[in-house]
Design a protein around this ligand. Structure first.
Ligand SMILES: NC(=O)c1ccc[n+]([C@@H]2O[C@H](COP(=O)([O-])OP(=O)(O)OC[C@H]3O[C@@H](n4cnc5c(N)ncnc54)[C@H](OP(=O)(O)O)[C@@H]3O)[C@@H](O)[C@H]2O)c1
Length: 439
């Protein structure tokens, strides 16, 4: 898949970023096949070295102080970049998309997982049930998608509760929502062709009927489809935003990331490094995961939270203290991090998984330390930043292509295993992104 060449699609992505950033025409002329007619043919692959050179050109044309690709302290493309790939963006023709539209539905039923009961405390398999449902006939503008992959995520635990939140609860007796990737097998939309690979939000089922406007065609020529549920999906975007905007990393910073071997954390350490962090520390559960933090995910030091004494371990790993903390765990992890923060440090409050199954409030940190150290603590919900996908995907695809962003997946097989995979992600059964292969 990472063949050392980049598809015309990626060249188009870089070209669009360059246009949006106002790169002078003479530089654009160095793009092979930069004229629209040639790109539209989608017929040639560009050597990776050429793409990197274009990327460098783009970085050097941005005015001083403006973040650009290739500058370690500033990773982003201009946010006006036209989105051609990834969730939430403009649908782009995929290489797999055939020039045909068919309304013939290959199936009129789907198997799906439904929420059977609302858990109190830790959920179990008994809170889910497998069922078969009738699919509605395709209405004008709709597509039928055969899901090939679905995502399970910790935030779904909150949606199992009937409680007010930033996102509505899952409905009892209905399939939960969630990120999914699939192949369009019937279409009544001129915008999304049969054969296209799309990302959408109707996971937990094998087939889904949805409005084409809610499906995003993704290009799988250079990256695997699953990347759009992981490093190029909302978890990758969360890591990127947390460290560029919510608690921005500055040159030489000491950065700490909890749940560092998971989907957000495994990407966050590498982004922190790229942003110029001087030292990057991660915590995870158990020796296998902590070893991976050091060998694969770019961390300088790893803390095993199962060994206890987080303040002591953090003090050893960061004797000079922390400048930035990306908090995915809350509770004891946030408490230890606040103790270790330097004055005026920054904390991105991304998640609090240690309390997701709790039936009573989890003891929280002493926030008075945030006052006395003049810390900035800022929360974020990634769904409020989906307009940043173009910038992020345009930035991260070259990292994946050049091998500098390494990711892992933990895969469960088949729809029947989806509840098990979800329970697993809450309990630490995953390394990198937890996924379910559906077909
Ligand atoms: N704010 C947002 O918009 C946003 C977006 C995406 C994700 N998030 C949050 O970010 C966090 C990570 O999400 P993710 O999708 O990347 O999941 P993940 O890290 O891939 O999986 C969750 C991991 O949390 C760890 N964990 C579970 N219970 C723990 C505990 N009591 N103490 C310490 N670690 C514990 C486990 O790893 P170990 O084996 O290492 O313990 C588990 O693998 C979650 O809190 C999630 O809700 C927030």
């Amino acid at each position: 898949m990472l063949s050392g060449t980049a598809s015309t699609h990626v060249v188009r992505l870089v070209r669009d970023a360059a246009l949006a950033a106002g790169v002078p025409a003479p530089l654009l002329a160095e793009l092979p096949g930069a004229d629209d007619a040639s790109l539209a043919e989608d017929r040639h692959r560009v050597p990776l070295a050429t793409l990197v050179r274009i990327w460098d050109l783009l970085a050097h044309t941005l005015p001083p102080g403006v973040p650009g690709p290739g500058t370690p302290s500033a990773p982003s493309l201009d946010s006006r970049t036209r989105r051609t790939t990834g969730p939430g963006g403009t649908a782009a023709p995929s290489k797999k998309a055939l020039a045909m539209t068919t309304t013939a539905q290959p199936t009129t039923t789907t198997r799906e997982i439904r929420l059977a009961a609302r858990p109190v405390g830790t959920p179990g398999p008994e809170h889910f049930t497998l069922a078969t449902a009738e699919l509605p006939p395709l209405a004008e503008g709709q597509v039928l998608v055969r899901n090939t992959w679905m995502s399970v995520d910790p935030y779904m635990r909150g949606r199992m509760d009937d409680a007010p939140s930033y996102i509505p609860p899952f409905e009892l007796g209905a399939p939960p929502e969630g990120g999914a990737i699939g192949e369009v097998v019937a279409s009544r939309s001129p915008d999304v062709q049969v054969g296209a690979t799309v990302s959408h939000f109707l996971g937990w089922r094998e087939h889904a009927v949805l409005d084409a406007a809610h499906a995003t065609v993704v290009d799988t020529a250079d990256v695997p489809a699953t990347a759009y549920l992981g490093p190029l999906g909302t978890t990758g975007l969360t890591a990127y935003l947390a460290l560029t905007e919510i608690a921005p990393v500055r040159e030489g910073d000491t950065v700490y990331v909890s749940a560092a071997a998971g989907a957000v954390g495994s990407v966050a350490g590498q982004i922190a490094r790229r942003l110029g962090a001087g030292r990057v520390i991660g915590s995870a559960g158990g020796p296998a995961k902590t070893a991976l933090l050091l060998s694969e995910f770019g961390y300088d030091a790893a803390i095993d939270h199962r060994q206890g004494d987080l303040p002591g371990q953090l003090g050893k790993a960061a004797p000079e203290g922390l400048d930035v903390y990306l908090d995915s765990v809350g509770g004891d992890h946030l408490d230890a991090a606040l103790e270790a923060m330097r004055p005026r440090g920054r904390v991105a409050l991304v998640g609090a998984i240690s309390g997701y199954n709790a039936t009573a409030p989890v003891p929280g940190p002493d926030l008075y330390r945030a006052a006395t150290k003049e810390l900035t603590l800022r929360g974020m919900i990634v769904s409020h930043y989906l307009d940043r996908f173009p910038e992020f995907v345009g930035t991260a695809i070259p990292w994946i292509l050049d091998g500098s962003l390494r990711t892992r997946e933990t895969v469960y097989e088949g729809l029947e295993q989806a509840p098990e995979a979800f329970l697993g992600v809450l309990g630490g059964a995953n390394t990198g992104k937890m996924l379910v292969r559906l077909g």
